[in-house]
Write a protein that binds this ligand. Structure first.
Ligand code: GUN
Ligand code: FE
Length: 461
């Protein structure tokens, strides 16, 4: 439960996090002290020296008895929890199922029927429970979720995130037009009322949003009337809550927006003109934006969720991430499951690296992302996208302990060859180990995961 005390923790060993977009920092033999609210209160390099002086606990005013100690073994390291800035919890059962579809037929064939079926609260419970457990097991400590139009099942997603301990933004999907009869809001007014119902529910279960926060979620411009988007823009102004939606994902979608909203200069202007583009707006995809649209997003301080696995799977296109970064726009990574086939942000990192190489084959070498940059996007970049850059994304005093313990397979250990899929021979540098993890790792390497100091996943050994 939110606010539940987690006890005091001491984490010992190697920590890796982003120092900047292009540089990782490797902190070895380090002690991190986390208080009972999950906040990092001290980081001490050279732990062995401090231990030799026996001064660690007295320095903190802690007594040895009430501290849980977790030690990263030789070759293991703590890494900040991943932040998935765009994921549809309600589409989890469809992960991997997309055939040869593209966005608009994919929505009608696979997505709307699945989401609609989650108005069954029993089915929603099964799907959401497994989605949260699975994403936690892949190291996702924060997720910006789309649920469905159903208020009870959306509220259940919030309850489950709270009880499993995943930090989450919970979006009740709004869609009052151009959607199937079996899955659409009755009216702009009912969509607004239902959005308020989820906001009220979250205010009851986690009043200070320690873990769970509502997010205003117009699905995308083609499925929202102008009146609905005005309502949601006004709601954002009233509440200050974040907004998430899709933008410029697929060329047919962009054409459709042009036909539906002929009086607006561009897809980006449609959101801007309805009060939906601001510093708390997360725009997913942004594959085909014009220069003018990129400038407008920058001017409004809008954020972008890059979803490379999805953009390849449903053949949407290649987002120009280097250009967005050079503009100074904050970018994070999203799985966009199940447009994306995987719940893993490690997979999104890998795909971001590969897609950037496809962009480079046409646009020049500078378009390539480095391993360091992709890891930044998955942590600090994502934290900025969801507005939590002061709270998560790296290891600093005052931030909260959202972290994963990563273990690679030391070939001289007695681990079974299948236990961990990345073999380390011992001569690799730390940057090389991180690169091997990124390209060959999976959830078998994610040994334990904490959110706000609470252990939320652990591989049983
Ligand atoms: N556009 C509108 N809805 C969706 C969705 O569920 N997934 C993706 N990828 N794009 C969308
Ligand atoms: Fe999406």
């Amino acid at each position: 439960m939110a606010g539940q005390t987690t006890g005091r923790h001491l984490f010992l060993g190697t920590l890796v996090h982003s120092k900047s977009l292009s540089e990782l920092e490797f902190l070895q033999n380090t002690a991190v002290c986390v208080d009972d609210k999950g906040i990092i209160v001290a980081i001490w390099p050279n732990y062995d020296q401090i231990r030799a002086e026996k001064s660690l606990y007295p320095r903190l005013g802690w007594s040895r008895g009430d501290v849980t100690v977790t030690r990263a073994k030789e070759g293991e390291f703590f890494f900040p929890g991943f932040i998935d800035t765009h994921i549809h919890a309600s589409q989890y059962p469809n992960a991997g199922i997309f055939g040869k579809t593209t966005l608009l037929d994919w929505l009608n064939t696979y997505t709307f029927p699945m989401e609609s079926s989650l108005s069954s609260i029993e089915k929603a419970k099964t799907v959401y429970t497994r989605c949260i457990q699975r994403t936690l097991s892949h190291g996702t400590t924060t997720a910006s979720y789309y649920a469905t139009i159903s208020v009870p099942s959306t509220n259940l997603l919030a309850d489950l995130c709270l009880s499993f301990g995943q930090r989450a933004f919970i979006g009740r999907c709004c869609m009052d037009t151009l959607s199937p009869d079996f899955y659409r809001d009755e009216s702009p007014a009912s969509a607004l009322a239902d959005t308020r119902a989820t906001i009220s529910h979250i205010a009851e279960i986690d009043p200070s949003n320690t873990l769970v926060t509502p997010i205003i979620t117009p699905r995308f411009a083609p499925s929202c009337s102008s009146e609905l988007m005005h309502n949601l823009g006004a709601l954002q102004k009233e509440t200050g809550l974040p907004v998430q939606t899709h933008i410029s994902e697929n060329t047919n979608e962009i054409k459709l927006v042009g036909q539906l909203f002929p009086d607006h200069m561009s897809y980006t202007h449609v959101y801007d003109d309805h009060g939906l583009l601001g510093p708390k707006t997360i725009l997913a995809h942004a594959v085909h934006l014009s220069d003018e649209e990129v400038d407008l997003i920058k001017k409004r301080k809008g954020k972008i969720s890059h979803c490379p696995a999805s953009n390849s799977a449903i053949t949407s296109g290649t987002a120009k991430v280097r250009k967005l970064l050079e503009k100074g726009i904050e970018v994070g990574l999203g799985t966009d499951m199940s447009g994306g086939y995987s719940p893993s942000i490690l997979e999104a990192i890998r795909q971001a690296l590969l897609v950037s190489r496809h962009v480079a084959m046409e646009g020049g070498d500078e378009c390539k992302l480095s391993v360091e940059e992709a890891l930044y996007l998955s942590t600090r970049g994502g934290a900025s996208v969801v507005g939590l850059e002061q709270t998560i994304g790296g290891f600093e005093v005052g931030k909260e302990w959202d972290a994963q313990l990563i273990g690679l397979n030391q070939v001289d250990s007695d681990e079974s060859i299948n236990a961990r899929p990345v073999d380390v021979f011992g001569w690799e540098s730390w940057p090389e180990r991180l690169a091997k993890w990124v390209f060959n790792g999976d959830d078998r390497n994610t040994l334990a995961v904490w959110v706000k100091g609470r252990l939320v996943h652990e591989v049983k050994s």
